[in-house]
Design a protein around this ligand. Structure first.
Ligand SMILES: Nc1nc(=O)c2c([nH]1)NC[C@@H]1CN(c3ccc(C(=O)N[C@@H](CCC(=O)O)C(=O)O)cc3)C=[N+]21
Length: 286
């Protein structure tokens, strides 16, 4: 192991401490408690854990979280009715509908039903559009977590070649756009399952970000010595939780690397808290 570890877990803890102060100040000035409504449909055990962790984070910083648990057989109409209720509830500042949703649910329609001003995941097309135009209200949590992890470790992206592997709507696509924008100023290449000679491209990366959901997919021969490697993958295998990067091998060649767990994941959760506080600020005009 020669690479320097990018410790998301302790950074997230530090940011939560900063946030707790901001939340306390906001509460005393406004007499309003920032509130997140979390909607959990069905009984996926992983989703259960995620939502529990998010709610624990909320408690830690003084944000109220209200869980709405719906059965696996919930209909589209029932879920849309709940979202409508949360949209018009002035006590609720942020709405999180945990993904994935059961098969009978039209996910796109559900995400579009969330009021954009309460869309703390930034999944609504209005918020995606605003992000692309460089005037976001909310930043998507995982991409924002990656950007903040780099920033707080003094890793500049300006002028650097960032190679993003994965083009998902929740990570690869928005992250690529954010990194190419003014302020971040990276040169961005997006790779995906149809990319020809992927190692030839990843070897060019000053900063390599991987978000594809394939355990240990990135091997040492795909990484330029000294590169920064950010692993967004969360894969549950028989060997436990592993990322998309073969950590043991890649950490011998990389300059910096994120672990899984303890890398990007904890920061994703922190960004949800930031968005919820900002939603409450906007609703309260403070
Ligand atoms: N509406 C919605 N918004 C999401 O942001 C969202 C979602 N649905 N569905 C699922 C994915 C996944 N995701 C993670 C967040 C934190 C960790 C995290 O904290 N990971 C810990 C380990 C936790 C564990 O043991 O699983 C770590 O990497 O150290 C992981 C995954 C958010 N997602």
């Amino acid at each position: 192991m020669t690479a320097q570890l990018l410790d998301g877990k302790s950074l997230a803890k530090q940011i939560r401490a900063e946030l707790a102060e901001q939340v306390a100040k906001f509460k005393s000035e406004s007499n309003v408690t920032p509130t997140l409504a979390a909607v959990l449909v069905g009984d996926d055990p992983a989703s259960d854990v995620y939502v529990r962790n998010k709610r624990r984070d909320c408690t830690e910083v003084g944000i109220e979280s209200v869980l709405h648990r719906l059965g696996a057989d919930t209909t589209q109409t029932e879920l849309l009715a709940l979202i409508e209720k949360l949209n018009s509830d002035p006590q609720v500042h942020g709405i999180l509908v945990q993904l994935p949703l059961p098969n009978q649910i039209d996910t796109e329609q559900v995400l579009e039903a969330i009021a954009p001003c309460k869309d703390v995941d930034a999944f609504h097309p209005e918020n995606v559009g605003r992000l692309v135009q460089g005037r976001p209200v909310f930043l998507p949590c995982t991409p924002h977590g990656v950007v903040e992890l780099l920033k707080r470790n003094n890793i500049s992206t300006a002028g650097k070649h960032v190679v993003v592997v994965g083009r998902s709507d929740i990570v690869g696509k928005p992250l690529s756009i954010m990194l190419a924008q003014k302020g971040a100023d990276a040169t961005v290449t997006i790779c995906h399952s149809r990319t020809q000679d992927l190692p030839a491209v990843t070897l060019l990366a000053d900063i390599l970000v991987v978000a594809i959901g394939r355990p240990n997919f990135i091997t040492a021969d795909m990484v330029r010595p000294g590169a920064v490697v950010v692993d967004v993958g969360i894969n549950r295998t028989d060997a436990g939780l592993v990322g998309d990067v073969d950590f043991d091998a890649v950490s011998k060649v990389a300059g910096h690397i994120t672990p899984v767990p303890g890398g990007v994941g904890p920061l994703t959760r922190v960004m949800l808290l930031i968005n919820t506080l900002n939603a409450a600020r906007t609703a309260t005009k403070l």
